[in-house]
Design a protein around this ligand. Sequence first.
Ligand SMILES: *[C@@H]1O[C@H](CO)[C@@H](O)[C@H](O)[C@H]1NC(C)=O
Ligand SMILES: *[C@@H]1O[C@H](CO)[C@@H](O)[C@H](O)[C@H]1NC(C)=O
Ligand SMILES: *[C@@H]1O[C@H](CO)[C@@H](O)[C@H](O)[C@H]1NC(C)=O
Ligand SMILES: *[C@@H]1O[C@H](CO)[C@@H](O)[C@H](O)[C@H]1NC(C)=O
Ligand SMILES: *[C@@H]1O[C@H](CO)[C@@H](O)[C@H](O)[C@H]1NC(C)=O
Length: 374
Amino acid sequence: MCPVLLVLLGFSGICTGDFSPPQFNISLDLPPEERWLSIADHYDKDYLKKYAEEIIDFFVPKWVRKVISPVIELLQYFIPEPYVGEMQGVSAGFELNLADVILLNLAYEISGSCTSIVAQDTNGKIYLARNMDYLFPEILKNITIDILYVTNGQVAYTATTYVGYVGILTGQSPGKFSISANERSSGFLWENAVSAIMLKGIPDSWLLRNTLDEAKDYKEAVQKLSNTPTIRNIYYTVAGVNPGEGVVVSRNRTGAVNMLHLNPLNGEWYIVQTNYDHWTTPLTSDFRRWRTIIAMNDTQQENITFDTLHEVLSLVPIMNRGTIHTNVMSAAFPEHYQTVVRQNIWTPMFPAVGNRSATNIESTEKYNETIIAA
Ligand SMILES: *[C@@H]1O[C@H](CO)[C@@H](O)[C@H](O)[C@H]1NC(C)=O
Ligand SMILES: *[C@@H]1O[C@H](CO)[C@@H](O)[C@H](O)[C@H]1NC(C)=O
Ligand SMILES: *[C@@H]1O[C@H](CO)[C@@H](O)[C@H](O)[C@H]1NC(C)=O
Ligand SMILES: *[C@@H]1O[C@H](CO)[C@@H](O)[C@H](O)[C@H]1NC(C)=O
Ligand SMILES: *[C@@H]1O[C@H](CO)[C@@H](O)[C@H](O)[C@H]1NC(C)=O
């Protein structure tokens, strides 16, 4: 799957390692505790233990972990179904402590930076396209999976997620709508998550999944995503099935602070969301939004397809070393749901992943080199 633009830029051969992740079914008709067991059979438990340690160590110093483990385990009495049951199932199936599974699930709430695009082509077809960037990309690429959540033999919703992670950051309700979540900065720490969950708060990835599960159409999805309190700031990009059904919801813990809708009749046929409020200017070292807008303008509305959107998201630094996977979907055509895990070790590190200030200069230089080399 080598994107045409990259071939034109002389990168041919470098991106041949892109691959589709494994796909699994999870039956929603099973009790939550049993849903992950068959997936666990496909994975090497020692490898997963090692990766879990690495990720948890990054967020929680070992001595703190010892002290807080009992508290974290108590969280199971505060976490609602199906999340607690599924985490208990992950713990049993993968032979990990329940406290570690809970910590891992909370760790993903902390940081991640992404690019999402909602776009309408000249036929009125609506697309959602996203890059998922995160810490530990080389680990997460190995455990990225597509899941079909099935009930009564029908796909209720589809998601791209990670082995053992019960929330959803990228997903689609077939024939209805698609949603992606991008980090909106708030200085959030996992400690905040623990206390917020004790107060019955829900993470953004659970609200996204609840919405896929419950909302009957685009309108109801957007309402739910913009009105339900969560424990952290977030951007939700939502794409429907009818012309004009596209929105970026910028929100705080209470709900939406801003809604930016597609307005194709007015020439606004796409919206790009990275990790900055669209009414502000991104960090000068972060070219992703700017690069995406130029690429979308260059592509033109009449050329928007699954492939051209994938190509846009394959441009550096929209794709960077933190990018784990690229998704392109259109809820009206659910069978085309597409996930590509990226082989992109050659791309520059990206400032919005990890310590922003420390890597800014380095990444700008690398980006300029890449552009010049191209
Ligand atoms: C990912 O999995 C492959 C094959 O299972 C393994 O060779 C590689 O070391 C893994 N990568 C990381 C970062 O663990
Ligand atoms: C997953 O579920 C769908 C819908 O019921 C079905 O068509 C498909 O064959 C299932 N796949 C597997 C691997 O069981
Ligand atoms: C979220 O934003 C709304 C609208 O701007 C505001 O009324 C509300 O107080 C904010 N909530 C938090 C937790 O900051
Ligand atoms: C992209 O196109 C829009 C609409 O034509 C225009 O307003 C905007 O300035 C363009 N942006 C860039 C960076 O070229
Ligand atoms: C986009 O579409 C136009 C008109 O259909 C065509 O002339 C042009 O070559 C296309 N551009 C690209 C980059 O494919």
